[in-house]
Structures are given as C-alpha cells and as structure tokens.
Design a protein around this ligand. Structure first.
Ligand SMILES: Nc1ncnc2c1ncn2[C@@H]1O[C@H](COP(=O)(O)OP(=O)(O)OP(=O)(O)O)[C@@H](O)[C@H]1O
Length: 250
C-alpha cells in the first residue's frame, strides 16, 4: 500500500525528516508516536503534498505509484486522506457544497458520473450517522464556529465520504471528550476494510484502546527509531521517552 524509503524533507531550508523508512500493508493500522517536534505532522504533510515542504531525498510508493510525482489533488483522488491536527475553517463554503465538490471530483477522476443531488444527500446522511455528526453542523460553513471536538468529528465524516485507501489521522484524539473519542474511533473502525490502511498519529495510548494498531513506531528527530507491537504504546505511556533516548545513547 505505502512504501517510504529514506525520506528526507525540509521546510524553509531546515531538514525535519532525516531518513524515514516505513512500509504499510493493506489492512494494517500503524500508530506513530513521538515527542513534540519530532516530525510527525511534517511526515503527514509531506505525504499529502503540502507545498511548504521540499523532499530532498528518498521515495514514496503508494499503491504502486510514485506518490511524490502526483499533485496534492491526485494524491487525494488516488485514495490518500489526511485528517488534520488543526482543521481550518472555510467561511462561506457550505459543508454540502464542499463535500459535493470533493466527492464528485473524485468520481470524475475515476471515470464515474457525478452523483445527483438526492443521491448525494442520501450519502451525506448515511455517512453522518457513522460519526453521529449533527445535521445542523452539516448545514453550516465548513468548520465555521465548530468546537474543537466538532471539527475532529467532521474530519472523520469527510473521511467516511471519501472512502480513502490510506487514512492518516493526525492527533484526531486531541480536543475530543471521552464520549466523542469513542464515537470517532468507532467510526474509524467501521470504515476499516481488509483493503484499507490507517496511520494514527497520537500522543496517547487511550486512542489506541479503541483503534487497535498492528504496529507502533516512535518518530524522534526526523527518524523512526523504534518499531514494535501495540505493547510499545503501553510502555511509552508508562515510561515516557527517556528510555528510548538512553537507548539511542543520548
Ligand atoms: N515553517 C517552519 N520553519 C521552521 N521549522 C519548522 C516549520 N514548521 C515546522 N517546523 C519545525 O519542524 C519540527 C517538526 O514539527 P512537526 O509539527 O512535524 O512535529 P510533531 O512531531 O508533529 O510535533 P507535535 O507532537 O508537537 O505535534 C519542529 O521542530 C517545528 O518547529
């Protein structure tokens, strides 16, 4: 599904990613943890094609294609989805128009006809239920005046609408209350199939109680310095990162 080899990336001339290697197979859930500023959001931004970042070395293959050669739009059309750590507000653009444009652009890319208004509204209703997104929110401008938790829930609603092959969830748990965390995580689980994969970036084990990872990685100073099973997240929760820094000789 995704193969990252020796990925280096800079922002404003500063190297943040210093040789990332990561393979995600279809059906797998990977968690990426790591101290603040280690490069987790940078990795997700580079993967989706954020223009502020420059890839200086390495390769990324997504579903057999050279991901780095694709525009940000085509990466999305190919089935890559990023749930943002800080979702932006788009005043004046209604959720309905925003999602209809996104869904129909994706269908066009796949050579499918646009959905009719009634088909689209039915799809919106179905998908809204997955994350229990209030219909009032779906009738407002994108994220405008949404609470922090509502924005995160809205991200997973968008994921449900676009049915990506690979979803990257960047700190989707931050800002969610306990019930919302469970609803959103269950939503992610409902969307999982043996053909889809997920990368969950989080600081906390509790999200991983709901979205069970197959593999847990620690990203530190722009490199993946440790990879293990779900028990690694529990160990990090208990002991923090100092032991890993010690293992690295710091
Ligand atoms: N525009 C920029 N110019 C210079 N440095 C930047 C810029 N944007 C990000 N960085 C730096 O890149 C590093 C990695 O940031 P990133 O957001 O990827 O970390 P993170 O692991 O996601 O952190 P957190 O857990 O706090 O969300 C940080 O040291 C950050 O200050």
């Amino acid at each position: 599904m995704l193969e990252i080899k020796d990925l280096h990336a800079t922002i404003n001339g500063k190297e943040i990613l210093k040789g990332i290697n990561l393979t995600v197979k279809a059906g797998e859930v990977h968690a990426i943890m790591g101290p603040n500023g280690s490069g987790k959001s940078t990795l997700s931004n580079v993967l989706v094609g954020h223009p502020a970042y420059e890839v200086t070395k390495g390769s990324v293959t997504f579903d057999g294609k050279d991901l780095l050669a694709l525009s940000a739009e085509d990466r999305s059309h190919e089935g890559l989805f990023l749930s943002f750590q800080y979702p932006v507000e788009i005043p004046g653009v209604s959720m309905v128009n925003f999602m209809r444009a996104a869904v129909n652009e994706q269908r066009k890319y796949k050579g499918l006809p646009a959905l009719s208004a009634s088909e689209f509204l039915k799809l919106m209703r179905q998908k809204r239920e997955i994350v229990e997104l209030d219909s009032k929110l779906a009738n407002r401008s994108v994220n405008e005046g949404f609470s922090g938790g509502e924005k995160k829930r809205n991200e997973i609603f968008q994921m449900a609408m676009l049915e990506p092959k690979l979803s990257i969830l960047d700190e989707t748990d931050s800002g969610l209350d306990i019930d919302a965390l469970r609803i959103v995580a269950e939503g992610v689980n409902k969307l999982k199939t043996p053909e889809t994969s997920c990368i969950v970036i989080t600081h906390y084990q509790r999200l991983l109680d709901y979205i069970k990872p197959d593999i847990v990685h620690v990203l530190y100073k722009g490199r993946i310095v440790k990879t293990a099973g779900p028990e690694l997240a529990l160990e990090l929760e208990e002991k923090g990162y100092d032991w890993i820094k010690k293992e690295l000789g710091e």
